[in-house]
Write a protein that binds this ligand. Sequence first.
Ligand SMILES: [Zn+2]
Ligand SMILES: [Zn+2]
Length: 344
Amino acid sequence: MEMMKCVIKETAGEGGIVLAERPVPETGDFDILIRVKATAICGTDVHIKHWAEYAQKRIKPPTIMGHEYVGEVVKTGKNVTSVKVGDIVNSDSHLVCGTCDLCLNGHNNVCYNTLTIGVTRDGSFAEYISIPEKAAVLCDPKMPIEQLALMEPLGVAVHCAMEFPVAAKKVVVCGCGPIGCMGVAVARILGAAQIIAIEINEKRAQMALDMGADSVVNPAKENVVEKVRELSGGLGADVVLDFSGNAGAVAAALEYVKPEGCISAAGVGQGPLNLPYEYFITKGVTLKGIAGREIPRTWERMKGLFAAGLDISPVITHILPLEEYEKGLDLMEKGQCGKVILKP
Ligand SMILES: [Zn+2]
Ligand SMILES: [Zn+2]
């Protein structure tokens, strides 16, 4: 049996993440085998390490971690027709059923029967990953491999930023971790007139400016509602993209957003949202939750944006060999980095 190195969540509870040897996954008749060329660490992986409630509910260790990746096809099942050996591919982290009413009505981003790579099934912190042919997304082989590995989180930014039109609009991007910063870059290339970022962490604030924000408001030092109104010429923002998952930040957005404005919320928050109900109704605000990525719509949009010149390389701050996954998880936990890429 051919073996491969991989990073697994070996046991339930805190920690328990080890570098291991496992058999190369089997490739069914409708599957493809991918040699992973780059895979990125997500905040979710830090939650898995600490056995947060999210992980407790979903993971049955041992599980190979990792859900953001790209690689080269090295083997195809006998019924595979759309992908060939040598193709550069990645996929959504959500493997959807394609048969439930949500999938059939174009909402596969919230499919009831979703399997999540690196969570409910084996993932990409490995030399090889096997996925169904129908999940594979063909990539432009001329694109830098590190950016292709980030299409899954980029997809959240693109889904969020394209939910409402931002061209020629005043846009606030709230929460500028890696996905928020990608949201800034996407809003810029889509033609936003003005981008105001909201971020406490100074490194992340600088990254938001590097990726095209016009200004950054620090909510620890400034009154966000007043500052956004001032920066936007007194009237407030047309569109708010929230990546913070902070209930207070979304409540503030309802205040500084313009009447008939839109809030697209992708940051996963905890606990109740205390909504200033009056503003919400009397201003006619639209608040939309953004779950995952639409398949294939969001992926096609990402390819289109790359072709139009979207560059997300500034969010990549570290490239490490797979063996240094612990260092990568530490960097992510301390928040003193952008995206960390692992190379198996
Ligand atoms: Zn992720
Ligand atoms: Zn489904």
